[in-house]
Ligand binder design. Sequence first.
Ligand code: FMN
Length: 184
Amino acid sequence: MKILLVDGTIFGAKTGALLRQVEQYIKEYNNELELEILYFSNLKHQILDGSPLNEDMKMMIQKFEEADGYIIASPIYQASIPGVLKNAFDMLNPKAMRYKPVSMVANGGTYQHHLVVENQLRPILDYFRCLVTPNYVYSHASHFDENNNITDEEIKDRLRELARVFVEYCKLSGTLSKEPVDKH
Ligand SMILES: Cc1cc2nc3c(=O)[nH]c(=O)nc-3n(C[C@H](O)[C@H](O)[C@H](O)COP(=O)(O)O)c2cc1C
């Protein structure tokens, strides 16, 4: 199974640090999964406005379509997810992530915005009919040192548990046919 780990930040390094920690834990639970991190900071983003898509956007869409599962890592911007992440979801076929496992991790500058994950990111993934794991992880600047390494042991434990459940959801997805019996 191919797992796409999406780093939705375009400026900093904390969201990527969360993602690499999850990557390590997933490998510990299942070293047969094919893991790839897609850093949005490396892409030339293009707003979905009807213009022909550039090569980076085509490549991004292809990676989403080919993946069998996802870890979505997002910084919090203006009490929501970054525009580039919403824009990326807008570019996908609604069936691209259907019945595929997804876990969410997010980082914010305040503690107050942890429900952005629950109230804004999860509904989008529910629309795509993803198998969203019940647990997600929200971290804050105080959980990192000055070099953006995760220092908080509780956050690491929560990321490990997220990885454990995600790997179980991968097994579930493997046995669930993606062919619908309805027309929707
Ligand atoms: C444009 C912008 C808007 C932001 N808005 C919020 C916000 O509303 N709530 C919050 O908790 N953090 C906010 N932040 C802080 C970011 O969430 C934080 O810098 C980010 O998670 C750090 O992760 P990174 O190093 O991967 O970029 C904002 C940062 C930027 C750049």
